[in-house]
Ligand binder design. Structure first.
Ligand SMILES: NC(=O)c1ccc[n+]([C@@H]2O[C@H](COP(=O)([O-])OP(=O)(O)OC[C@H]3O[C@@H](n4cnc5c(N)ncnc54)[C@H](O)[C@@H]3O)[C@@H](O)[C@H]2O)c1
Length: 314
């Protein structure tokens, strides 16, 4: 298959692109490269440095599938740059899907977020529950979903609502809870937990990639919206698990974000997807990458620190 991956130089995109190439696909990555480009050259890989807001400039012709990952990808960054976030996360989705349809692309996969539900008391947060997004980031994801869904009679649409991802990527993110707490233990011997009781869902990066490969393989049989998260854990529980690998003091500070939410991924599991990794694997990978010198606690691994340095965003 010929696949266009937006955001292919990101934390998820870098590993996803490698796996798609291993599976024999031809991949075109479009990315603004805010966090650099760590993709290894490959004869079936084309990498284009471009902004997804310029839909008419994207190499859409001849593609079979678009996987749309390029977004301003967390709450603090969306708060830092609301206009950029709305244009990238919501408006560009419309430009992309329209360009895809005009070019005869048959399929579109979108990375939404499990955070679109907002705070939910239900123990099983399923896809049919109402969306009450809280932050601008969450709202852009919900609006993007709605925009894309309005095109679903013209293109095969698959939307994923991932939990917080953990584990190692060559383009590393240390602003994601498991990765962040593990790095705090490694670099400082101390983990700061804000609140600690908040329960959040998690997914390992390799399972995340597995979900995209599964959706590609299933096609029409798995159209629609899917939660993707398999371990609902409190932040304190994650911190405790980290200290089983790296001895560290846990310090609790008051939190201004008491939000808890859990995801149920029964709908995805019912399509035959089998998760194979977990939070423990994520912790182990970060520890191993740090101790082997492949990973250091750099600003580039924190989206907000890097975005603050981008021209026009200081
Ligand atoms: N990482 C997680 O825990 C998580 C959880 C839920 C959803 N998601 C979603 O998955 C997707 C990938 O996340 P990630 O962790 O790889 O994020 P990331 O920040 O590492 O990657 C995003 C990539 O998109 C690119 N990009 C952003 N705006 C762009 C623009 N206007 N034009 C071109 N490129 C642009 C960036 O340069 C970056 O390489 C995002 O849509 C994110 O919201 C991630």
């Amino acid at each position: 298959m010929k696949i266009l991956v937006t955001g292919g130089c990101g934390y998820v995109g870098t590993v996803l692109t490698g796996r798609l190439l291993e599976e024999g696909h031809a991949v075109t990555v479009v990315d603004a490269m805010w966090f650099g480009n760590r993709l290894a050259p490959h004869p079936r890989l084309q990498v284009v440095q471009e902004d997804v807001r310029q839909a008419d400039r994207l190499p859409m012709r001849g593609q079979d599938l678009v996987i749309h990952l390029a977004n301003v990808a967390n709450d603090p960054c969306s708060d830092l740059a609301p206009k950029l976030s709305w244009e990238t996360n919501a408006l560009a989705s419309m430009g992309l899907v329209e360009a895809a349809i005009a070019a005869g692309v048959g399929r579109f996969i979108y990375a939404s977020s499990g955070s679109v539900y907002g705070v939910k008391e239900e123990p099983e947060v399923t896809e049919d529950l109402s969306l009450v997004p809280i932050s601008d980031y969450n709202k852009t994801k919900m609006i993007s979903e709605r925009v894309l869904l309005s095109y679903r009679d013209r293109i095969l649409l698959q939307i994923v609502r991932p939990a917080t991802i953990c584990g190692y990527s060559p383009r590393m993110r240390l602003d994601l809870s498991v990765n962040m707490l593990t790095m705090q233990a490694l670099a400082r011997g101390r983990i700061t937990v804000f609140g600690g009781d908040q329960v959040r869902p998690n997914i390992h990066l390799r399972d995340m990639i597995g979900v995209y490969l599964h959706l590609i393989a299933k096609g029409e049989a798995a159209a629609g919206i899917y939660n993707a998260g398999f371990e609902n854990l409190s932040i304190m529980e994650i911190a405790r698990r980290v200290t089983a690998h790296v001895p560290a003091e846990i310090v609790v500070s008051p939190s201004n974000d008491p939000r808890s939410y859990r995801l149920s991924s029964q709908k995805l599991l019912a399509t035959g997807f089998v998760p194979r990794f977990g939070v423990e694997d994520g912790i182990r990978e970060v520890v191993e990458a740090f101790r082997s010198g492949r990973l250091t606690d750099d600003d580039i691994c924190y989206n907000i620190r890097t975005m603050k340095k981008l021209p026009g965003l200081q």
